[in-house]
Design a protein around this ligand. Structure first.
Ligand SMILES: *[C@@H]1O[C@H](CO)[C@@H](O)[C@H](O)[C@H]1NC(C)=O
Ligand SMILES: *[C@@H]1O[C@H](CO)[C@@H](O)[C@H](O)[C@H]1NC(C)=O
Length: 190
């Protein structure tokens, strides 16, 4: 009589850990070990061709309050939107090369940006609210970067071009990769 009882107990435990794994692949750290294998973390393109984004450590995903870390890969020719956010951002280029376009936010609109060559093992930071765009301008290689932002989740203002007034830039919040998890967090709180 002990046998079947054990069987169903282990079946139940397996079922529970299975559903935790499912949760973990979306909006929760539950079920992931403390030390995670980056090759096994979920990534996606969030409707943006040529992009692969992974939230390595995040606010909505992992409950971080002060910082968030992304791993992003841009195929040749792909790029971020022209945008700004009121948080600090640090980049470390892991692979490839490209161009950083950077304009200050001190005038009414960004204006013609400065162009900076970025390359493997280079690093740069974006001052709070400065309008910027990162572009994989290398036809032959993916551009892979770690991005670290403060004050997550990020609130991004998007520009159609460099001459759009700051006041006309469109708020995108939650940002693409935060959309699903923000909804689930709010559901949890209800
Ligand atoms: C990390 O994950 C990748 C892909 O699943 C695997 O090939 C690699 O062996 C893993 N590394 C470790 C140390 O387990
Ligand atoms: C990046 O720079 C550091 C410091 O010089 C060096 O130790 C490391 O090997 C470099 N990495 C690559 C991929 O070039």
């Amino acid at each position: 009589m002990v046998g079947p009882c054990f069987v169903s107990f282990f079946f139940l435990v397996n079922l529970l850990s299975f559903s935790q794994t499912l949760d973990a692949s979306h909006c929760s750290i539950k079920g992931f070990p403390l030390v995670k294998n980056i090759s096994e973390l979920p990534q996606g393109n969030y409707g943006r061709g040529g992009l692969s984004h992974m939230t390595v450590a995040g606010s909505l995903l992992h409950g971080l309050k002060e910082v968030e870390v992304w791993l992003q890969t841009f195929a040749p020719g792909s790029h971020t939107p022209i945008h700004r956010h009121s948080c600090e951002e640090v980049f470390v280029v892991l692979k490839g090369s490209g161009t950083l376009y950077l304009a200050s936010s001190s005038y009414k609109y960004p204006g013609k940006p400065e162009e900076h060559f970025i390359f493997s093992n280079s690093t740069f930071h974006i001052p709070v609210n400065d309008v910027h765009q990162v572009w994989n301008t290398n036809e032959h290689e993916d551009l892979q970067m770690l991005a670290i932002i403060s004050r997550p989740p990020v609130k991004v203002f998007i520009y159609e071009d460099w001459f759009m007034p700051h006041t006309a830039a469109k708020l995108k919040f939650p940002y693409y990769w935060d959309e699903q998890c923000l909804q689930e967090t709010q559901k949890d709180e209800l």
